[in-house]
Design a protein around this ligand. Structure first.
Ligand code: C2E
Ligand code: MG
Ligand code: MG
Ligand code: MG
Length: 285
């Protein structure tokens, strides 16, 4: 089994030790983030998603980072909340979307039809120009809409305003996939699943993390997978950190897995290298 060797290269792991929260708060002001966007200091890392049926890399999640000239790699948790409060998540999110589409189109052009999953913020979903932004990113990159996936969270669907519903309907109509991120941690009213024609559930890392150690987590995960399949949805497990968990998920019938065991978020080239191998992760062998 090929264990991801990228662990040591993940600079952002050391972030918590290396940098104090005050410094980030100071940098992550509206003007600081705007300057970062103008100066091209944001970058996108990609984390592979692996089929539990074949062991092949089938896609990647796009995760934004701020490569600060003095402070180094700043993880999204340190600046996304501030970007959301200040509204700057809208241009930052649009940039991530365009960049991720461009990358996936490049993979597609080189014979690797990998899907790319992009996280959306509530503010983006509530905007009248979201459809235009998505259409633009697809048109500029030439990416097949079927290879783009947008990740929403349950809490974003509480405000099921006409605008949000309309945005999602129009995005779905283009062929873009929609998934529910961190599933199981938020709003537990499941009515949106049918109403919105969601394609995929991503089981939150908190359940996956102690799947092999907790009967409750194992039962919840099994139930979520069965429910999802009953509704014709695919299931992605987040936060797979060891072989045992991977095997348990495979036995449970989970479709796709993502996590440090399969590859940390990193440069696009690392995903491409893994995807070039027919079956980089032997599952169920
Ligand atoms: P998320 O969308 O749930 O992304 C998964 C997070 O879990 C990522 O953290 C990823 O590095 C981490 N992760 C993946 N596998 C494992 C594992 O095996 N173990 C552990 N402990 N963690 C794992 P990251 O990159 O720090 O992103 C954190 C959150 O920031 C994301 O959670 C997402 O909510 C948000 N985010 C990232 N990029 C964007 C973006 O472009 N736009 C928006 N709106 N939010 C973003
Ligand atoms: Mg996500
Ligand atoms: Mg998640
Ligand atoms: Mg999350």
């Amino acid at each position: 089994l090929h264990h991801a060797k990228a662990a040591g290269r993940d600079t952002h792991r050391f972030f918590a030790e290396a940098m104090n929260a005050e410094a980030v708060a100071h940098l992550s002001t509206r003007s600081g983030l705007r300057r970062a966007l103008e100066r091209g200091e944001f970058l996108v890392h990609y984390q592979p998603q692996v089929s539990l049926e074949t062991g092949a890399v089938v896609g990647a999640e796009a995760l934004v980072r701020w490569n600060h000239p003095d402070e180094g790699m700043i993880p999204p948790g340190a600046f996304i909340p501030i970007a959301e409060d200040s509204g700057l998540i809208v241009p930052i999110g649009a940039w991530v979307l365009a960049e991720a589409c461009r990358q996936a189109a490049a993979w597609q052009a080189r014979g690797l039809p990998l899907s790319v999953a992009v996280n959306l913020s509530a503010l983006q979903l509530q905007r009248a120009d979201l459809v235009r932004t998505v259409t633009g990113a697809l048109a500029d990159s030439g990416l097949d809409p079927l290879l783009l996936e947008l990740e929403l969270t349950e809490s974003m669907l509480i405000q099921n305003t006409e605008l949000v519903m309309d945005n999602l309907r129009r995005i779905k109509a283009m062929g873009v996939q929609v998934s529910i991120d961190d599933f199981g941690t938020g709003y537990s009213n499941l009515s949106y699943i049918g109403r919105l024609a969601v394609d995929k559930l991503k089981i939150d890392r908190s359940f996956v993390a102690d799947l092999t150690g907790s009967h409750d987590s194992a039962r919840i995960t099994t139930a979520v997978i069965q429910m999802a399949h009953g509704l014709n949805l695919n299931v992605v497990a987040e936060g797979v950190e060891d072989a045992e968990t991977l095997e348990a998920l495979r036995r449970m019938g989970c479709d796709v897995a993502q996590g440090y065991f399969l590859g940390r978020p990193g440069p696009a080239e690392a995903v491409e290298r893994a995807a070039r191998q027919a079956s980089p992760f032997k599952v169920g062998a």
